[in-house]
Design a protein around this ligand. Structure first.
Ligand code: NAD
Ligand code: UD1
Length: 334
């Protein structure tokens, strides 16, 4: 297939590009590099053994996206371009609606004008809010508490409407749980700008000595060891879920949503221990108060993705930690 991959220079997008190319698809990336750099395209090429097409630009730019669709005879779109920082979205909500919602709007206009009928969208488990039951399935009530989550929900809802109006369109919303880890080459991975907000990149930088110690946000949750429990999923498993979603769209139209997780949760303390074992480094930490907006425990019901997409995560927690450390070590080595 000829796939337009938006946000393909980012953390998840670069892994999706590699997996798509390994599966024989032609990939054209549109990325404005607002949270990445063009060197990632060379790294993708090194891993894949051939280069994806790259167009620097914004997904809200309808003309640019239409041109790219025509140039590459695009038949499917995987849309990952967007901002993703929860804290920033609380401070600058309009920036999030502008980039995420208006970006998706521009993309959809371009797809409609060029009659592209397959879309995979990166949504988030954050739209479920504080789980009312576990594991969280796709029909769990939605409850968003910040502009980032609301931007994802708005886009999901927009896609529902568009699918009703255009019955030939197929849209799959993939609700990611907690993507971590890196490609086994160590060439691509998660390197957030500034001080990381998420657990795994923070742990990695403590292990490398760039940060002094980890703050564990609360040990008084109703979980086995009192720390927060999440469904961490290897980014390569997640990337493979996108290829499965594209395959699904070759025989299904309409709107669909699937969780991408492993179905099992690990606590913060379990993550620290697993990372220490894989890296051989110790992770100094201190217990602090809870982080506002955090939930105690969240993990996915994965039956729907297993049945519908014929996909399930296969990589272990050890692999998640070892690959994240491999990426960091390769970065440190230049
Ligand atoms: P990332 O920031 O590493 O990648 C996003 C990419 O999109 C970047 O390369 C950035 O330059 C680009 N981009 C942003 N706005 C753009 C625009 N308007 N036009 C063109 N390019 C634009 O983030 P990521 O972790 O790879 O996440 C990818 C997607 O997955 C995001 O939509 C994010 O909300 C979603 N998601 C991520 C997580 C996670 O934990 N990383 C969890 C759930 C959902
Ligand atoms: C966070 C976002 C969520 C987003 C997801 C993926 C919040 C409140 N939620 O989810 O919307 O979809 O990232 O981008 O920001 N932890 C620590 N110390 C740290 C960092 C994290 O103890 O320095 C703990 C957290 O309390 C949590 C676990 O580690 O229990 C995982 O945190 P994180 O990686 O930030 O992911 P989420 O909170 O699941």
């Amino acid at each position: 297939m000829n796939v337009l991959l938006t946000g393909g220079c980012g953390y998840i997008g670069s892994h999706v590009a590699v997996v798509l190319m390994a599966a024989g698809h032609h990939v054209a990336i549109v990325d404005n590099l607002s949270n990445s750099h063009q060197g990632v395209v060379d790294r993708i090429s090194e891993i894949a053994g051939r280069s994806p097409a790259f167009h620097r630009g914004d997904v809200a730019d309808v003309k640019l996206v239409r041109d790219v669709i025509r140039e590459h005879s695009v038949d499917s779109v995987i849309h990952l371009a967007g901002f993703k920082s929860v804290g920033e979205s609380v401070q600058w909500p309009l920036k999030y609606y502008q980039n995420n919602v208006c970006g998706a709007l521009g993309l959809l206009e371009a797809m409609e004008a060029e009659s592209v009928a397959h879309l995979v969208f990166s949504s988030s488990a954050t739209i479920y809010g504080d789980p009312r039951y576990l594991p969280v399935d796709e029909s769990h009530p939605q409850h968003v508490i910040n502009a980032y989550g609301r931007s994802k929900l708005h886009i999901e809802d927009m896609l529902r409407d568009v699918c009703v109006s255009r019955p030939s369109l197929g849209a799959v919303c993939l609700r990611y749980f907690n993507p971590v880890g890196a490609h086994s080459s160590g060439l691509i991975g998660d390197r957030p700008r500034g001080i990381p907000n998420n657990l795994m990149p923070y742990v990695v930088q403590v292990a490398s000595g760039e940060l002094e110690r980890l703050k564990v946000f609360g040990d008084d949750y109703p979980t086995p060891d009192g720390t927060g429990v999440r469904d961490y999923i290897h980014v390569m498993d997640l990337a493979e879920g996108h290829v499965a979603a594209l395959d699904y769209l070759s025989s299904n139209s309409g709107w669909h949503a699937f969780n991408l997780g492993t179905g099992r949760g690990y606590s913060v303390l379990e993550m620290i221990r697993a990372f220490e074992a894989q890296s051989g480094r110790s992770i100094p930490f201190e217990i602090t108060g809870r982080r506002q907006g955090d939930v105690a425990c969240s993990y996915a019901d994965i039956r729907s993705a297993a049945q519908g997409l014929n996909w399930r995560a296969t990589r272990s927690l050890e692999d998640m930690c070892a690959s994240a450390w491999g990426f960091q070590s390769r970065l440190a080595g230049g």
